[in-house]
Design a protein around this ligand. Structure first.
Ligand code: AMP
Length: 406
């Protein structure tokens, strides 16, 4: 079975084509700057049975429909493509950011589900409209396939009211849907299932704290395989310190900065795009740059790293208290998977919970490897488990194609 995974942004299409027989990636790529004169397609195909291909080329793609047509043409190219025909695609899995309160699982896309995605455009104005445009374009271009939507919010739909409600007037919730939804759910679900397997526990019995540390950062408390709390909120701005997002701040800071002369849109932009690691370091939103700067004595970079790690430790402490037990803290995302120095700093803060770091293990578990980074005798296990949201979407889509549901 072939599954095509599509992740549409407002000006981009990210894709991977899977052969679900062995879950191998037949081709993947990114079409960027859609709708501009400098649209660019980066594509690689593994050449199963044909020539392997790596290419980067300027293209003409006015919208998602044109962009998808272009990508599909590359997939069936007689010389370098990986498919004989588009009809070989059995399922198309779409990443959708916001399913609102009602959506708890990945689902086959029909008229009703399209309405749900549309109804949640207000809650994710930058993402859901682009996701919808991609779905409509793909349904037109690959009409024979089953189309499935995999929602970022779905894994977090099990949060209990005491975790998802804010202490604001009830009317804000009833009339304006003000509550915690959470994001990165597909990543948290993938690492939960993978970690359960690695720890030898049934997925519905595992207790974890999953920590996604990429350019965006979030944490989920998982009890019995279900999400019971999560650090991102009504929007992805809440919670951990991120590359350019502030994470938690006193909401009154917004009023103070407005009184100081900043327009609301400006404050929104600063908190989302100029804060976090970038705001504190005044250097970069990339952890690699900051760690290099710390080595040569940059104090702002050192403070940015300290605030980043401290916030993670504080959340782990809070989630430790609310879980019925803890099998492991699981680190993932670009930083979690690749940065021994940051992982070492996190483990140091977790000493009171019984974590004993193992330097050799920490240095070995990089480059896509999974494994523990704490010592055998550590009372608290800290693991690294690489995430793979595309594979999670492909697996859900395959299950829906088979009619099994997710
Ligand atoms: P992601 O959003 O999961 O792709 O993660 C991207 C982020 O991971 C980058 O912005 C870097 O901050 C971080 N990252 C990737 N590789 C490393 C590394 N070797 N050391 C530290 N941070 C890294």
């Amino acid at each position: 079975m072939k599954v095509f995974v599509v992740n549409c942004g407002s000006s981009s299409i990210k894709y991977q084509l899977f052969d679900m027989a062995d879950e191998s990636v037949l081709a993947k790529g990114l079409l960027e700057r859609l709708g501009t004169s400098s649209a660019l397609l980066r594509h690689s195909g593994n050449g199963k049975g044909r020539e392997p291909v790596e290419c980067e080329r300027a293209v003409q793609a006015a919208d998602h429909t044109a962009g998808l047509k272009l990508i599909l043409d590359v997939l069936v190219d007689p010389r370098s493509g990986v498919l004989e025909s588009i009809d070989q695609i059995d399922g198309v899995g779409h990443r959708v950011v916001h399913g609102g309160e009602g959506v708890t699982r990945s689902s086959r896309i029909d008229g009703e589900l399209l309405k749900v995605i549309e109804a949640n455009c207000d809650l994710a104005p930058l993402h859901n409209p682009a996701n919808l445009a991609g779905i409509r374009a793909a349904m037109g271009a690959v009409p024979r396939a089953v189309h499935a939507a995999v929602f970022d919010t779905a894994f977090l739909a099990t949060l209990p009211p005491h975790a998802y409600r804010y202490a604001v007037p009830n009317a804000w919730y009833a009339q304006h849907h003000v509550r915690r939804y959470g994001f990165h759910g597909t990543s948290h679900r993938y690492v939960t299932l993978t970690a359960a397997g690695l720890l030898g526990k049934p997925a519905d019995q595992v207790h974890l704290i999953t920590v996604h540390l990429g350019n965006g950062c979030s944490m989920t408390a998982v009890a019995g395989g279900k999400a019971v709390d999560h650090s991102m909120g009504m929007t992805p701005l809440e919670g951990l310190v991120m590359g350019t997002r502030s994470g938690d701040i006193d909401p009154a800071i917004v009023f103070q900065m407005h009184a100081a002369g900043l327009a609301v849109q400006e404050i929104d932009r600063v908190l989302n795009k100029e804060s976090g690691l970038l705001g504190l370091s005044e250097l970069s939103n990339d952890m690699r740059d900051l760690l290099r700067a710390v080595e040569v004595g940059d104090r702002k970079a050192a403070l940015a790293v300290d605030v980043f790690v401290y916030r993670i430790a504080k959340y782990i402490g809070a989630y430790y208290t609310i879980l019925p037990g803890l099998d492991a803290v699981v680190l993932t995302g670009g930083i979690g998977e690749n940065s021994p120095p940051i992982r070492h700093r996190i483990c140091r803060w977790l000493t009171p919970l019984g974590a004993v770091a193992d330097e050799a293990r920490n240095n070995q578990v990089v480059g896509g490897r999974a494994g523990p980074i704490t010592a055998e005798r550590s009372a608290l296990a800290v693991w690294v488990v690489p995430t793979n949201e595309e594979l999670m979407i492909a697996r859900d889509t395959a299950a829906i194609v088979f009619g099994r549901g997710t």
